[in-house]
Design a protein around this ligand. Structure first.
Ligand code: GDP
Length: 295
């Protein structure tokens, strides 16, 4: 693991004691240090550079008061800026409808199916909703089976049509089933591929047009670093999604992908997933992620 940015900043300012103000001169090496630490935390280099330009501007002229060391002051400026760039507040999640429709999209292996189960469990237990899970991956029978098992574990019904190869029809049928069974939220788990591909995008876009979702959540593996940003951009260009889900935050990542993605596509991160167990889902708090990036 890397030395935390917080420690590095506090160390980098040892020489500043007694200078009174943060100036261009005494901040240069620290800015470099922040940039390096952000890149280590998986923030895209270009974004880290733009970020530090803003931090430099904010820091210049700041008075160093006795109660707080220059390093601590820089930590605060960086943290506030991280929080603000990641949206500041907790993003809204729209689950109102009869039923509300939530479309889950992302690459294969990103954690879509696992997250679909977690979200269903979260909405059932925390929001007291009655979810229906939908297996709309018609290419991998194993994905259908995985969702069936997850549904069983959390006590949520799963809509499966093994013989139907048309995901749009499956989604529409599922919404009909939800209405007839008084389910108030439908979570559609779509097919993914190992890389962004036109056929997959068209398929998800077709489901979107047919079911007019309340939320389209783009699921991305936080361990994929820089690739996460390109994937997010490709999905957003086609789907104009409403929020991001960052998965596998239990892994060895500082979570800088959160900053890069928000910066690049300007869509809020709504949930995080941090484990294989079904209760490891959380609402995204910019403040907590900023602290994690700082280390
Ligand atoms: P999908 O292909 O996008 O539906 O991805 P899956 O939900 O099948 O997940 C792919 C793999 O990642 C599985 O082995 C999951 O158990 C694992 N996985 C999913 N989410 C997480 C997570 O938050 N943390 C960890 N450690 N593993 C996860």
């Amino acid at each position: 693991m890397f030395e935390s940015l917080q420690d590095r900043l506090e160390g980098a300012f040892k020489n500043l004691k007694g200078e009174g103000r943060i100036t261009d001169l005494n901040i240069a090496s620290t800015i470099k240090e922040i940039r390096r630490a952000l890149v280590d935390a998986d923030v895209n280099y270009k974004i880290a550079k733009e970020f530090t330009d803003v931090v430099r501007e904010k820091a210049q002229g700041e008075k160093v008061i006795n109660a707080i060391s220059p390093g601590q002051l820089m930590v605060k400026i960086v943290k506030d800026e991280l929080v603000s760039l990641m949206g500041g507040e907790v993003a809204e999640f729209n689950s109102k409808g009869a039923p509300a429709v939530i479309l889950i999209a992302g690459l294969q292996g990103s954690g879509k199916t696992t997250f679909s189960g977690k979200l269903a469990s979260f909405l059932k237990n925390q929001k007291k909703l009655s979810p229906l899970l939908v297996a709309a991956d018609v290419y991998r029978p194993a994905a259908m089976e995985q969702l069936r098992v997850l549904g069983g574990q959390i006590g949520v019904d799963v809509h499966i049509e093994e013989e139907n190869k048309n995901p749009v029809e499956i989604a529409q049928n599922a919404i009909r089933e939800a209405r007839s069974k008084n389910k108030n939220v439908v979570i559609i788990d779509t097919a993914g591929r190992l890389a962004v591909d036109e056929a997959m995008m068209t398929e998800v876009a077709n489901i979107k047009s047919a079911v007019n979702p309340n939320e389209i959540l783009f699921v991305v593996d936080s361990m994929t670093g820089q690739d996460a940003v390109n994937t997010a951009k490709a999905f957003n260009d086609r789907l104009d999604f409403s929020g991001v889900v960052l998965t596998k935050l239990d892994g060895d990542t500082r979570g800088g992908a959160a900053l890069s993605i928000k910066y690049t596509v300007n869509k809020p991160i709504k949930f995080i997933s941090s484990g294989e167990k079904l209760d490891t889902i959380d609402i995204f708090y910019p403040e907590r992620m900023a602290q994690r990036i700082l280390g």
